[in-house]
Unconditional design. Structure first.
Length: 270
């Protein structure tokens, strides 16, 4: 942790509003990125991000510096995502079997290529890759995101989850086996022989409203295109393609600047 951040944390503990805003801004993107990967729904992720950051702010006085501040914040975030009733109540309880059936519904045989579909294909790729993790229960989803998506060291990830390193590795291994097994069998980006591919799936996704031509939640101009990711996946051995897909995501920065807003809440200004 930098001396600057240490100073900001101490000043925030002592009631310095500007320091508090700076501390929140320093971590809000990390918290939002985690919430998005666990919850997928942008509205749910933004709500969770705000509630997690409120907890961070209200518990800031308890941070003693025994672990990295980032680790402490992630521990607060993970505790919320695993235990908050509203998160559990909203979890779709999706299974890989149901997800597979949905992917195979409405596939077209010979999709007509179109230069206008680049962002749509990226949106579908990202939304499908993220939604796939909803097939894992929350504790295995969190372990997978920490270990394979956000690439935390296993010791730090175990610390975040307050479990042993061996227990974390067990959770991660089980989650990884399920995600890799499903992706390798059913995703056209990972397997040329898979039944589903984004171009074949796109018309049904648009017709069902899951992909909206005028409203992109995930895809961004300038990010890797569908073809970019396809070529990247094909350039590595099959066992690594799932990691390529799960990590080929936009930055997913927090859409709102929550620093000032949370400072107002803490100071009773709203």
């Amino acid at each position: 942790m930098s001396d600057y951040l240490k100073t900001q944390i101490e000043d925030a503990k002592n009631g310095d509003r500007a320091a508090l805003e700076a501390v929140v801004r320093d971590v809000q993107d990390n918290v939002h990125r985690l919430a998005m990967r666990i919850l997928v729904n942008p509205d749910d992720a933004l709500e969770a991000t705000q509630e997690i950051l409120i907890t961070v702010v209200t518990k800031l006085s308890t941070f003693e510096g025994k672990s990295a501040f980032k680790t402490w914040v992630y521990r607060v975030a993970v505790n919320y995502l695993l235990n908050a009733k509203k998160v559990r109540d909203r979890d779709p309880g999706l299974s890989f079997e149901v997800f597979r059936e949905d992917l195979h519904a409405g596939l077209v045989t010979d999709p007509a290529p179109s230069g206008e579909e680049d962002l749509l294909l990226s949106e579908l790729r990202i939304s499908c890759t993220m939604a796939m993790l909803l097939c894992l229960d929350l504790k295995h989803r969190v372990a997978y995101v920490l270990g394979d998506v956000l690439e935390f060291d296993h010791t730090e990830a175990a610390d975040i989850l307050s479990i042993s390193k061996a227990n974390f590795r067990q959770r991660l291994s089980r989650a990884r086996n399920e995600v890799v097994g499903f992706t390798s069998a059913h995703c056209g980006l990972a397997n040329d022989d898979a039944k589903c591919s984004c171009p074949r799936r796109l018309p049904a996704a648009i017709n069902s409203g899951r992909i909206q031509k005028e409203n992109f939640f995930y895809a961004q101009v300038g990010e890797p295109t569908y073809e970019d990711v396809l070529n990247q996946a094909r350039s590595v051995e099959k066992s690594l393609r799932t990691l390529i897909l799960q990590r080929s995501m936009p930055a997913l920065t927090c859409p709102n600047d929550l620093g000032a807003r949370l400072a107002e809440i803490v100071n009773g200004e709203s």
